[in-house]
Design a protein around this ligand. Structure first.
Ligand code: ATP
Ligand code: MG
Length: 577
């Protein structure tokens, strides 16, 4: 492709509304443009990267034995009623009526549509297992679309759905997909980690997320420094040193206007870990919808709300209002677990703890000497605390570390969560009708483009891994002399003939401008053709990630072919570049 013919609207400065580096660089380098909140155009360079991501995903999915199909974006609401997700999915599901008044929605995911299809076509166990996937736009009316492609409302996903005659077959496919995902992210040259995770609104029993490690990641990942254990903090478990405060008599102390755990500890000259912190929530959805509960953790811990949501069997939770707290006998800022008129959940770390400081349910007062076994009744213990850096690993005891991650994929063993309400049945080997079990497997194709840029950039711009670069080679003509243009044209044609994707910057621009653009766009290899080099019979070969050398004009095409072939052969090891 000739640069002068390519639609690359680069920007000189960082766009004001872009917060993270990938968003800035993809806008500046002319890969994407914003249409409206969370909705983007993919310009020619952006689309080339997207197609490369898709091609690798498709290649590995096909190799894994999955088959590609394409499902519609518009889905009838009745399928969502049938799966009992119409209400549960909430406002992220964009609903609308067509001209006949039929309610539909834009697909945020496709469990319903695929189950509907398979329920109509599946007859016998002989058709199982099968894994069907698609690469397609999804729509989720996210409350806070942000960071460009990272959290869009319209985005591109690879979603796969597998159906099985039994649990063993589902587990085998789960492992197959897990290994496939590892191969995919290795081919992208990404620093990634699979982690244990929460199923969220999709449901199911077993699930792992795949995270690209990056400071801008919205998720917090806990991983062990000594073994393979890694989990999203939403579910991560760990051990910590118990606090052994001696038992003491209950005593009420005045704490005028001192409310936060930190301030109370400072005011009473106590260690933060000897406080018991009580937070009051309301359950939303599920069997206990509307129920008010109190959750207690140590003063130096935080309540992990996803864990609490599971502990009380709710769809989600919200902080209780001051009024709701008053109704159960508490007072905001001075809440304690004693005599609260609601269900009480304590983190396991508070088992048999004594000598604790906690709110007195009385304005400007706290209690000291609280003994969990002696002073509290009818308590439910659960894992409620958020894992912290420095905790001990439950598996091997080594130190837990925390990192930020961008979730680029997730695999789920769903069991019969959808096949039961959607009645996906088959005739089993014994001739009986049986429910199919199911798995589903997503990869954020468009989010990956942003995640790669988060890991592959420097002060001058993007530095694409070879496997994803919009072009493999940037050919830069310096100046307008006949010799430069002629040699450039010959090399350009020879590279094209060899099937190499090359972007020839033949614009009538100063070398400085061309180099700046080349750095910004981030093609892995540069060939610079200038009069000075040609006089010495050489072309300069450079790498976006550093390193330059001179190659004889006559050897350059063969050398590029050789280098790129070597790199492509390396693609399964992730050592591209
Ligand atoms: P998140 O927790 O980030 O909201 P999710 O767990 O709801 O994501 P899944 O339902 O697991 O997402 O979807 C599969 C993949 O699709 C995710 O792993 C992610 O890479 C991608 N994805 C999900 N939501 C978005 C979004 N709003 N914008 C871009 N990609 C997304
Ligand atoms: Mg997910």
């Amino acid at each position: 492709m000739r640069y002068s013919k390519l639609f690359i609207p680069t920007l000189r400065d960082d766009p004001a509304d872009a917060e993270v580096i990938s968003h800035k660089l993809l806008l500046r380098a002319g890969f994407i443009r914003r249409v409206t909140s969370g909705v983007y155009d993919y310009l020619p360079l952006g689309l080339r990267v997207l197609r490369k991501i898709e091609a690798i995903v498709r290649d590995e999915m096909n190799r894994s034995g999955a088959q590609e199909l394409l499902l519609p974006m518009v889905q009838p609401a009745e399928l969502w009623e049938k799966s009992e997700r119409m209400e549960k999915y909430g406002p992220e599901l964009l609903r609308f009526n067509d001209r006949h008044g039929h309610e539909s929605c834009l697909g945020p995911t496709h469990e319903e549509v695929i189950c509907d299809l398979i329920s109509r076509e599946l007859r016998s166990y002989k058709q199982l297992p099968m894994n069907l996937y698609q690469i397609q736009a999804k729509f989720r009316d996210e409350i806070r679309p942000r960071f460009g492609l990272m959290r869009g409302r319209e985005f591109i996903m690879k979603d796969a759905y597998s159906f099985h005659a039994d649990e063993a077959s589902l587990n085998a496919e789960y492992d197959n997909m897990f290994a496939t995902y590892c191969r995919i992210f290795e081919r992208f040259s990404l620093n990634f980690r699979p982690v244990e995770a929460d199923g969220g609104s999709i449901g199911g029993s077993k699930t792992h997320e795949f995270h690209v490690l990056a400071e801008s990641g919205e998720d917090l990942i806990a991983h062990c420094s000594g073994c393979d254990y890694a989990a999203n903090v939403e579910t991560a478990m760990s051990k910590r040193q118990a606090v052994n405060t001696p038992s003491a008599a209950l005593l009420m102390v005045e704490t005028p206007h001192v409310t936060s755990a930190e301030d109370v500890a400072a005011f009473l000259h106590a260690d933060l870990s000897t406080l018991l912190k009580t937070l009051v929530y309301r359950a939303v959805g599920g069997a206990n919808d509307g129920m008010i509960i109190a959750a207690c953790v140590r003063g130096d811990d935080q309540v992990q709300e996803i864990k609490l949501t599971h502990a009380i069997a709710a769809d989600s939770i919200e902080m209780a209002s001051d009024d709701e707290i008053a109704q159960i006998g508490g007072i905001t800022g001075f809440i304690g677990p004693q005599k609260l008129n609601c269900k009480l959940f304590l983190d396991h770390s508070l088992t048999a703890a004594c000598g604790l400081i906690t709110g007195a349910n009385k304005a400007n007062a706290h209690i000291t000497g609280l003994d969990v076994d002696r002073d509290l009744e009818d308590i439910h213990f659960a894992d409620l605390r958020e894992t912290r850096a420095g905790d001990a690993c439950n598996t091997c005891g080594a130190e837990i570390e925390l990192s930020r991650g961008i979730e680029v994929g997730q695999v789920f063993a769903l069991g019969t969560r959808y096949t039961e309400p959607m009645q996906v049945l088959f005739q089993n080997q014994q001739g009986k009708r049986a429910l199919a079990t199911m798995g589903c497997y997503g990869i954020g194709i468009s989010r990956l483009m942003a995640a790669v840029v988060e890991q592959c950039n420097d002060d001058s711009g993007i530095a694409w891994p070879q496997a994803l670069a919009p072009f493999s080679v940037g050919l830069i003509s310096m100046g307008k002399s006949e010799a430069v243009l002629q040699t450039s044209a010959q090399i350009y044609q020879a590279l094209l003939d060899a099937g190499i994707e090359v972007l020839w910057d033949e614009r009538n621009e100063r070398p400085g401008v061309k180099f700046k653009d080349a750095e910004l766009i981030g093609l892995p290899m540069q060939l610079v053709i200038g009069d000075r080099g040609l006089k010495a019979g050489v072309v300069e070969m450079g790498w976006r990630k550093g390193g330059r050398s001179e190659v004889a004009v006559g050897d350059v095409v063969a050398k590029v072919i050789d280098l790129l072939k070597g790199q492509l052969a390396d693609k399964n090891t992730g050592s591209i570049n």
